[in-house]
Design a protein around this ligand. Structure first.
Ligand code: PAF
Length: 283
């Protein structure tokens, strides 16, 4: 049987483990997660192992990044399965604080990201989201003190926000963004894919297919606005309602009008039934 990772639930216990690593001059990679782990998370663990001596995985469903109308209560919580997967992946340490450890009753400080966090993409539809993410990720970074922090590119705006936050707050770590892991038919892996009905699941690859087709047309020089409008129509035909399909500068997330304003990243968010999916692709 694979060796189980050490699991810690309190800050003193976490600090003891990290101090042990540091005493042996070992480097640390952090994989921040909300659990419900899939192959995408495990790819981040493997990438962390390639860069650092120790991999710490945090599992915390962060209440401050959910609006009251969102799925905080029903978000999949699969701790036992997650620990089994992390044992197989040979992760070293699981940091699993309770909400009261992360946010004691007298908690009174929040990180308020600007720049990419106000790009008018996810922030337009989930105004709570990046403040909650930046606050919890800043806490995770100061709790774990990693050398590397591993994030998937699937949450592309989040990756930009967290990268900028680490830079702005002079946090001594490198944020590493890794390619999105996909199903065979192109659907980006997400813990929320379990919400899809069988029929919705069959429609879902339209997002990655549309991104790919739009990227190819934009690269070939077709007008961006026209390509995106046709892309939105295509997604709507597969029973999705489209929150956005946009072309943005890959680093600043500012709008781009032509290919030469790039490098360009295409970003999409759309809802089918009760499930909202996001995806993105470089041009
Ligand atoms: O991407 C996620 O799973 C979450 O937003 C994160 C980064 C773990 C913060 O709660």
């Amino acid at each position: 049987m694979a060796k189980r990772p050490t699991i810690v639930h309190t800050i003193p216990a976490l600090r003891r483990e990290i101090a042990r690593y540091r005493k042996s001059r070992e480097t640390v990679a952090l994989v921040p997660t909300m659990g419900a782990l899939h192959r995408g998370h495990l790819a981040l663990v493997r990438a962390g192992q390639q860069r650092a001596d120790r991999v710490v995985v945090s599992i915390f469903v962060n209440p401050t990044q959910f609006a009251p109308t969102e799925d905080f209560g029903s978000y999949p919580r699969t701790m036992k399965k997650d620990i089994d997967a992390l044992a197989d992946a040979k992760a070293d340490l699981v940091w699993a604080p309770s909400p009261s450890v992360m946010y004691p009753t007298d908690f009174a400080t929040r990180v308020a990201p600007e720049g990419a966090a106000l790009a008018g993409l996810e922030d337009k539809f989930r105004p709570h989201f990046f403040g909650g993410v930046a606050t919890v990720v800043a806490k995770l970074f100061t709790q774990v003190t990693p050398d590397f922090a591993m994030f998937g590119q699937k949450d592309y705006q989040q990756l930009r926000v967290v990268t900028q936050m680490a830079k702005d707050l002079d946090l001594p770590l490198k944020v590493v963004g890794l390619a999105t892991v996909r199903e065979k038919d192109g659907l980006a892996l997400s813990s929320r894919n379990v919400y899809l009905s069988e029929l919705e699941r069959r429609h879902a690859p339209v997002l990655s297919r549309t991104l790919k087709a739009c990227a190819a047309r934009i690269k070939a020089g077709e007008p961006i606005a026209m390509v995106l409008e046709e892309g939105r129509m295509h997604i709507r035909q597969a029973e999705f309602s489209v929150d956005y399909l946009e072309a943005r500068h890959a680093l600043t997330l500012a709008p781009v009008a032509t290919l030469k304003d790039g490098p360009i990243r295409l970003l999409v968010a759309a809802k089918i039934g009760k499930t909202r999916l996001i995806d993105n692709l470089g041009v």
